[in-house]
Design a protein around this ligand. Sequence first.
Ligand SMILES: Cc1cc2nc3c(=O)[nH]c(=O)nc-3n(C[C@H](O)[C@H](O)[C@H](O)COP(=O)(O)OP(=O)(O)OC[C@H]3O[C@@H](n4cnc5c(N)ncnc54)[C@H](O)[C@@H]3O)c2cc1C
Length: 446
Amino acid sequence: MEKQNIKTDVLIIGGGIAGLQAALDLGDQGFSVLIVEKEASIGGRMINLSKVFPTLDCSSCICTPKMAAAAHHDKISIMTLAQPTNVEHQGAGFAVTVREQPRYLNAEDCTGCRLCEYACPVDLVHEVEGNLGARKAIYVPFNNAIPQVALLDMDNCIMCGACEKACPTHCIDYLQEPREHTIEAGAIIVATGLDLAPMDVKAEYGGGKLVNVLHGLQVERLLAPHGPYGRVLRPSDGKVPDTVAYIQCAGSRDHSIGIPYCSRVCCMYAIKQAMLLSGALPLVEVFIYYMDIRAFGKGFEEFYQNAKAMGIEFIKAKVAQITEDEHRNPVLRYEDQVTGRVEERAHDLVVLSQGVVPAWDPRAVLPVEVGGDGFIAAANENVAPCRTSITGVFAAGVATGPKDIPDSIVQAGAAAAEAAAYLRGNDKVESITTADRPAQRPVEVG
Ligand SMILES: Cc1cc2nc3c(=O)[nH]c(=O)nc-3n(C[C@H](O)[C@H](O)[C@H](O)COP(=O)(O)OP(=O)(O)OC[C@H]3O[C@@H](n4cnc5c(N)ncnc54)[C@H](O)[C@@H]3O)c2cc1C
């Protein structure tokens, strides 16, 4: 396996909005930054959202310039398809082993022209489109992906050679191997973000089994102007939905599934999507089944009231079960908490507001303390919420707990400031090149 040594002031794990913001803040102060991102593009969840609450601004119009700014910044380097596999203390900094998966092409030579993609005969479900759209075995991950470079899904490649013949720069390399890098970094920021709780976490809701029961990220793609169908259709038969139901707290605030905490964004993204659906489909009826609405942020209450004024129906109810009728319409069985009656109602499409869970458990690689919810714990929540239990390791964004984009950006800025102060206080910018220099601060391990 090819090995490479890289020195950087700060290593950022995760290239979502939090990682990008921290990188830009540090890069602008003159620190060298390396972002290590496990996916083929930076941008995290935000780049694939349609619009953002409560302003309804276009999400990719805000995220793309930050991605481009990071990619073109002379102090920021980006490594995609890469994840840390080991972290050790080295002097006052860290030696981090990072494994980079092959793209099976020379990224420097790929122009992102997509001729390989057009030539590829293999059709597969597209993960970026929430498995609703299709992609080829060789593909550029999405239109505004950064880097604009293709990757070959070797597990599904039939080795027909069509991409190689079509590539004008002859950059396909079927024999590429994973690469291992040793990153010498003065500080680390963990910004690994979120996943959604598995769709089958509450088996009684039929998630993952019933074709017209989706999760919120899939609906973000349906609502995006360049989404999988180009319009809002339900997956089973392409019907434009007449009624859509949101089930709140479908995989959160529930001890029985091990996710007792509030995911903090579901109320607002359900309301946002309901409003966007009403705009996209003027005849649609949208129902939000909820326990209580948590509209705690700036402008959130007004957003909620606007949704009610638009005719979105909020039903205070506990949904017990979702089944399917003969037309593949999901059928809800629920207790209306106002009337006390048990009701049944069919909808064309149901959206489960799944709980937010950490995308990465760092402990096998980096023994930072995590809380009972699995998110990275702050060394002292009230004094330094971005510091972790390991000196020199900071955390930002949803890696420390569910939060929205503005809060993730604010925390990323704070983590960058903390990391900068740490590096300066430690005289670390130069010291990382001096391997035998002793650690200047006590290192705490969780
Ligand atoms: C359906 C839905 C709709 C939403 N709508 C809104 C909205 O309208 N407005 C709003 O403010 N918020 C919204 N949010 C919340 C928003 O998505 C988050 O606040 C935001 O994405 C957090 O950014 P982040 O960088 O912390 O995490 P992420 O966006 O998750 O980015 C983390 C990055 O780290 C990478 N990563 C993970 N593990 C590793 C690893 N081991 N090694 C390397 N890289 C790794 C991931 O691939 C990803 O690129 C929504 C969330 C959902 C689920």
